[in-house]
Design a protein around this ligand. Structure first.
Ligand code: 5GP
Length: 263
């Protein structure tokens, strides 16, 4: 599949056109950012790992009947995906209180939630992705009631599937963020809602069941070090390893110096 022009460049990924107007290529960069771009670094090998981990997770979800944008992985850093019109909403599911929930509401860190908590945030960097209500979504037409009803149901199903998948390899799924879009289904010849973006240690909080060691992007956010080793550990436990032929490109196991850009 030939790569065409760059359509969009985000913080961690680039989207390229293809000859097919309904398909694009998603390229995973090594760039890590946090706190709305205030902290930036290159984490060598992260893009390769997230590409593999996200492919593995989305493939598993598709096997459970969940529609996603993934067509197939193309190489170490790229996936062929359906072009989707993304809802401007981040859907966050929390099983254990941490992060912005504890800061915002003063809930004790580590509180186990009685049932999964679903939150919506507006995808708007300039405003720091603010928390919004369903009423905001409907008032401003970011999605309609049927779409949100459908997405909520799938999102909680994804939480069940992923919680089980991670628990089986000794990892607690603490929380995660997902995005959805509308993409063309060539079989039904209709637009349908698909899970988009990625699911990886960049977008989830993953804690080791026994030690509660963080195996996710909080290692970068909180300067805990050994970021790539943690992502590699997630990949190893899920039974995913990179192609041996290209392993030299990845520098697994090395401690990578991180540079901070402070404002
Ligand atoms: P929090 O709201 O506590 O910062 O994040 C909740 C969960 O959503 C965490 O797993 C976090 O990684 C994920 N998340 C929220 N917003 C973003 C975002 O803008 N980018 C990424 N990669 N993950 C996010």
């Amino acid at each position: 599949m030939n790569k065409g022009n760059k359509l969009y460049e985000g913080k961690a990924k680039i989207i390229y056109q293809t000859k097919d107007k309904n398909l694009v290529i998603q390229h995973f960069k090594d760039d890590a950012t946090a706190f709305n771009n205030l902290k930036k670094a290159k984490v060598e090998g992260k893009g390769v790992l997230n590409n593999r981990i996200s492919e593995f997770i989305l493939t598993n979800l598709m096997q459970s009947g969940i529609q996603t944008h993934l067509v197939r992985r193309l190489n170490m850093r790229e996936q062929l995906i359906k072009k989707a019109e993304i809802f401007p909403i981040e859907f966050i599911v929390r099983n254990i209180a941490t992060g912005s929930l504890t800061k915002r509401l003063g809930i004790a860190e580590g509180t186990i939630l009685e049932k999964p908590l679903l939150e919506y945030c507006l995808k708007k960097d300039e405003l720091n992705d603010p928390l919004i209500s369903r009423e905001h979504i409907f008032a401003f037409g970011w999605a309609n009631e049927n779409e949100i009803k459908f997405i909520d149901k799938i999102t909680l199903r994804i939480n069940d599937i992923l919680s089980g998948m991670f628990r089986a390899v000794g990892i607690k799924l603490v929380d995660f963020k997902i995005e959805y879009g509308k993409a063309w289904n060539k079989d039904t010849e209709e637009n349908e809602i698909v899970l988009a973006d990625e699911i990886s240690p960049d977008t989830c909080r993953l804690w080791d069941v026994k030690t509660e060691k963080k195996l996710d992007k909080d290692r970068f956010r909180k300067d805990l070090g050994n970021i790539i080793q943690a992502y590699q550990e997630v990949a190893r436990r899920l039974g995913i390893m990179p192609e041996e032929t290209n392993i030299s490109e990845v520098n697994f196991g090395k401690t990578i110096p991180i540079k901070f850009k402070k404002k």
